[in-house]
Design a protein around this ligand. Structure first.
Ligand SMILES: [Zn+2]
Length: 210
């Protein structure tokens, strides 16, 4: 697994080590320890990929759906975080003032949409299940709903024709098939930059989350 390297000024090195940063034996760099939140080390992460959602564990779900492009039966994959997940909103973070808002718990489980960043370990869990979920650099093809037009985001693609399957299409298509959704529990930390979407009972709940 790719390690997240920390850029720590010499005078903060001791502080970073006390916080738990580890020394990569191969490079000598300080790195985020495996199994810990990258966001806890954010002031030392180069080009910090603003993380706004995190959780102690999560699910990947696979929902059967029909490809709106070629019509084959395929699956829509996504991430689902438990109600104990934490969020930090963009508008409450100010780079110039270096104001850090505390993480807070919303108290609802969410499936995530419009994901712009995933930590390498979280992405690896998904790519082990499907090759159709990846960062789409032309996300406006077939998606008039993209809330940030032109901005790449992680999206599902049909396993046959590779057309993007949008969240809006999946929500519309999948309703009656909700009881056929598969949940894959992952007992590791989750971190992402994403929009979010309350489940609204559409799919029921992941097993063990009632
Ligand atoms: Zn297709």
């Amino acid at each position: 697994m790719k390690k997240i390297v920390l850029r720590v000024p010499d005078h903060q090195r001791r502080l970073a080590l006390e916080m738990g940063a580890e020394v990569d034996p191969e490079t000598g760099d300080l790195v985020v320890p495996e199994g810990e939140y990258v966001s806890d080390y954010k002031s030392w992460v180069a080009a910090y990929p603003y993380i706004n959602i995190r959780a102690e564990h999560y699910w990947i779900f696979a929902a059967p759906c029909r490809c709106p492009g070629c019509g084959v039966d395929t699956k829509y994959y996504g991430y689902w975080v438990p109600e104990e997940h934490e969020t930090e909103d963009d508008y409450e973070y100010d780079d110039d003032l270096d104001i850090e808002m505390p993480w807070r718990t919303v108290g609802a489980d969410l499936r995530l949409t419009y994901v712009k960043y995933l930590t390498p370990s979280v992405l690896a869990e998904m790519t082990a299940l499907t090759d159709g979920y990846f960062l789409d650099t032309e996300p406006d093809n077939h998606n008039p709903y993209n809330p940030a037009p032109g901005k790449p985001y992680y999206a599902n693609h049909c396993h046959t024709c590779r057309r993007i399957i949008t969240d809006e299409e999946m929500t519309h298509e999948v309703g009656p098939l909700g009881n056929r959704i598969e949940f894959y529990p992952v007992g590791e930390k989750f971190e992402a930059n994403a929009g979010s979407h309350v489940s609204e009972g559409l799919f029921g709940l992941p097993p063990g989350n009632d």
